[in-house]
Structures are given as structure tokens and as C-alpha cells.
Design a protein around this ligand. Structure first.
Ligand code: FMN
Length: 345
């Protein structure tokens, strides 16, 4: 593989579904691929759980299908040996990338020295990368934030260089530091810095919500692909929009009926994996995200937050479509706030 190429991803729009714990489950990944995502990334998988005989705690390892389209499997942890061992096992499934999470800011994860905590120790970062590259049978990628506290171009260049020198094949950067959480605006200049520092492909991430943002980020940073997170929650159509607009065509948003059909399919597939009521309850936040783009759906939100069974949800949604009448066939959507999805990771 030529180093600047992306493994398994064509030259088109190059819009990737970001890893989102609690969201990028197998059903959602499949739906996003069908809607034009060029690659999808799993929720992060704990290398501690995988190597301490606690695989059953790792919900994210369910449904790791590599035959639906380009899949990247993400792992996290602060111990090079455990990360290497996990990479060896999961790369046997032949994803297009085995991804390492060096960005998660969540207390529980950083207290265990995983996620963005690794960015505090560049030597450890290099050791984890080298061991994972050594043990993985597929190309390895790394997803980082812009640092632990103060965002500087110098830090980003250092991380990028250490990661490239360790043999990693691709780098994704969420252009905020750990201390910034999800506040303010992602600093895309830092993505441009990373891109200038290394020859491996660099994926830009942070605050992309539309096809126009994809174009802006690519122009601003020269990144090789763009990763979309919060804007895809309850909205796999964002990938259709990117594909269609980047190929110069007019894009039409889906109708409420189409949005509801996809939402119910998503829940049905989740129930097939997780059963009832677990599969429905676990999806409540995601259901709220689907509702955000539907007309006159505010009053539904409260009801969906208590729904437990699929049949109940199907009844509520068909009553809603009947209630809105002809509006059910009128394209709807557009830009909505994604801030509320930022609390978890
Ligand atoms: C609910 C949620 C869960 C997330 N889970 C992960 C994860 O498992 N691994 C990871 O590397 N990043 C995770 N992230 C970070 C996203 O992948 C992404 O970097 C971030 O949301 C910025 O992109 P956006 O502005 O397009 O949302 C998560 C973010 C959110 C909001």
C-alpha cells in the first residue's frame, strides 16, 4: 500500500462515520454504509476487558461484520502489551483498520490511563503504537485529540510524527484538547499542521455537520478524509448529502416517513441483538436524535423516553405519521443543534 493512500476507501467524498460509544453499533454502522459512509468505526473496545477474560462486558464486540463495507475496529487502553494482544485478536477479523483511541476525555477512561491520558506521555504513545503495529495483521490507525490541555501546533506535530514513526498508517485528529471537552470550536488549523507534519493520510474531525463543512474542512486543512460524529446521530442521511452535493448534484432531504422507517429499522435490528426491553431502552437518546429532524415531534420526545417495547414504539410512530398527514411526504431536516450529544465521550 502506498503510504498516502487510505486502505479500502475510494477517492470519492471520503466521509467517515466517527466512533461514538453507545451509537456506532452494528445496526447503525450498516445503515450509515448504505447511506454512503466511506468507512465506519466501531465504539471503542477496552483492551483491559479483552485481556482480563471480561469480554462479556464489551458490548462493542458484538456484530463486528467486515463484509458490510469498510470497517475500522477501535480499541483503547494504556498498556502496550494488552493493546498489542487485543490488536492481534481483533485484527484477525480483517477490518480495514485497527484503530487506537488516544482521544477519549471521559474520567473513567483517563483514570485507567486510556484515551487522551496517553497524550500526556509521548514515550508511552510511541510504545503503544509500535506494539500494536507489531501485533496487528491489518493496517493500524490512531485517533487523537489536539493534546491534554493547551492546544499548540508544536504538540500536534510531535504526536503526529511519533505516531507515523511507529509505523501507524493513518491518523485522525479531533481538533480540540482534552480540557476543551466539546466546548468552543474545533481548531482546524491544527489539522492542517498535522497534515503538513506527516506523509500518512490525515483524517480531519470536529464540528463537521454538512456537505458544506466537508468542503470547507478539506480546503482549510488539505486532509485526506473527513470524519463525522454528532451530526450523524439519528441522521445517517448526512452521508447521502455529502456524496450527492460533492458530486455536484442537488440534494433532497428525506421525508418524515423515510426518517421514521429508518429509525424503526434501526431499533428492530438493535432488538435483534440486545432483545427487549434492553435494545429499546439503550436507544432512547438515539431516538431523540431522530426526532430532532421531524416536524411537530417535540411532544413525542417525552413518550419515547419511557417506551420499552418495539411494538409500543411502532404504534407511537404510526400514530405520529397519521397525525401529521400530508407533511409525512414533505422532505424535512437541515441543520439542528448537536451540542447535547457531547456529554458522554
Ligand atoms: C456520544 C459520543 C461518543 C463518543 N465515543 C467515542 C469513541 O468511542 N471513540 C472515540 O475515539 N471518540 C468518541 N467520541 C468522539 C467522536 O468520535 C468525535 O471525535 C467527536 O464527537 C468530534 O466530532 P464531531 O464534531 O463530528 O461530533 C464520541 C463522541 C460522542 C459525542
Amino acid at each position: 500500500m502506498v503510504r498516502s493512500q487510505l486502505n479500502g476507501i475510494g477517492d470519492g467524498a471520503r466521509a467517515i462515520l466517527a466512533p461514538l460509544c453507545g451509537v456506532t453499533t452494528a445496526p447503525f454502522r450498516r445503515i450509515c454504509l448504505e447511506h454512503g459512509a466511506d468507512m465506519v468505526v466501531t465504539e471503542m473496545i477496552s483492551s483491559e476487558a479483552m485481556t482480563r477474560g471480561k469480554e462479556e462486558d464489551c458490548k462493542a464486540i458484538r456484530g463486528l461484520d467486515t463484509d458490510q463495507g469498510p470497517l475500522s475496529i477501535q480499541i483503547f487502553g494504556g498498556d502496550p502489551v494488552r493493546m498489542g494482544e487485543t490488536a492481534a485478536r481483533l485484527s484477525e477479523l480483517q477490518p480495514v483498520y485497527l484503530d487506537m483511541n488516544f482521544g477519549c476525555p471521559v474520567k473513567k477512561i483517563v483514570n485507567g490511563n486510556g484515551g487522551s491520558a496517553v497524550l500526556k506521555d509521548v514515550d508511552l504513545l510511541g510504545r503503544i503504537c509500535r506494539e500494536v503495529v507489531r501485533r496487528s495483521s491489518v493496517p493500524v490507525s490512531a485517533k487523537i485529540r489536539a493534546g491534554w490541555d493547551k492546544p499548540t501546533g508544536e504538540r500536534v506535530r510531535e504526536y503526529a510524527t511519533v505516531i507515523e514513526d511507529a509505523g501507524v498508517s493513518m491518523l485522525s485528529l479531533h481538533a480540540r484538547t482534552r480540557s476543551q471537552g466539546f466546548s468552543g470550536v474545533a481548531n482546524w488549523d491544527l489539522i492542517a499542521e498535522a497534515k503538513r507534519a506527516v506523509s500518512i493520510p490525515v483524517i480531519g474531525n470536529g464540528d463537521v455537520r454538512s456537505a458544506a463543512d466537508v468542503v470547507r474542512m478539506r480546503e482549510h486543512t488539505a486532509c485526506d478524509a473527513v470524519m463525522i460524529g454528532r451530526a450523524a446521530i439519528g441522521n445517517p442521511w448526512v452521508f447521502d448529502e455529502v456524496k450527492t452535493r460533492l458530486s455536484g448534484e442537488e440534494y433532497t432531504q428525506p421525508t418524515p416517513r423515510e426518517r421514521v422507517r429508518t429509525m424503526l429499522r434501526h431499533v428492530r435490528e438493535a432488538v435483534r441483538i440486545d432483545g427487549e426491553p434492553g435494545g429499546v431502552i439503550a436507544m432512547r437518546k438515539v431516538l431523540a436524535a431522530y426526532l430532532k429532524r421531524l416536524p411537530s415531534a417535540r411532544s413525542l420526545r417525552g413518550r419515547l423516553m419511557t417506551v420499552k417495547m418495539l411494538a409500543e414504539l411502532e404504534d407511537v410512530m404510526s400514530a405520529y405519521l397519521a397525525e401529521i398527514g400530508p407533511l409525512a411526504e414533505v422532505p424535512c431536516g437541515g441543520d439542528v443543534s448537536v451540542e447535547e450529544f457531547a456529554s458522554e465521550c
